[in-house]
Unconditional design. Structure first.
Length: 208
């Protein structure tokens, strides 16, 4: 079925592709320029998001980002931005049916591969996580924590570590600034006070 010229012209006025030329982060709107319409620039267009009431999603487009728009037939003032488009200039950063990924300009990236059941989070900067209630983190396999600089765990309440084996390998362990003998390192003596009984076993090792 071949559409006549009037229908095609009407569709072109309803659906348009252009590039973002300005944004308004406070209202989550943007203005779009359409090169196929002699450089016509729209009014502020609402950006469609997944949720905006009880749960809220927020994301702004960059300048020159290519977007698809829909209009209500009343000119360039009444319309919405449906989403951004990949092109030959800006190609997808992934190429798998099973991958969900969000990558930011500064290199921070969140990626999940449902085929490998693997979640990767790369943060290029500081990270703050606030938990308002008690939470439990359970891991069936091994957990490795590597810190290039400092790794601090601060708890105003109790902090419990329950493990079959706990291995600590570092040149110095700080047990707290309030303790008189608060630092243990390779050259530290091991003072024992009070009455104690040592029952040697396979898991008890001493160094003379």
């Amino acid at each position: 079925m071949i559409m006549n010229g009037e229908i095609l012209a009407a569709l072109r006025s309803i659906f348009r592709i252009g590039k973002v030329v300005s944004t308004n982060p406070e209202t989550c709107t943007a203005r779009v320029q359409f090169l196929d319409a002699d450089g016509l620039v729209s009014d502020d267009l609402q950006i469609l998001n997944s949720k905006t009431l009880a749960d809220k999603d927020y994301s702004m487009y960059d300048i020159d980002e290519q977007v698809a728009c829909i209009f209500l037939g009343n000119g360039p003032s009444a319309g919405y931005i449906l989403g951004a488009l990949y092109s030959q200039k800006t190609k997808p950063n992934e190429s798998s049916q099973d991958v969900w990924a969000k990558e930011f300009k500064d290199g921070t990236k969140i990626r999940y591969d449902r085929e490998e059941h693997r979640l990767e989070v790369t943060v290029n900067g500081d990270t703050d996580v606030y938990v308002q209630k008690d939470k439990t983190i359970s891991v069936d396999g091994s957990v490795n924590v590597e810190a290039g600089v400092d790794l601090n765990f601060n708890a105003t309440g109790d902090m419990n570590v329950d493990a079959s084996t706990a291995n600590i390998s570092c040149p110095e362990v700080n047990l707290g600034t309030g303790a008189a003998q608060g630092v243990i390192h390779a050259a530290s003596p091991c003072p024992l006070f009070g009455v104690f009984h040592l029952l040697p076993s396979q898991t008890t090792k001493t160094a003379l």
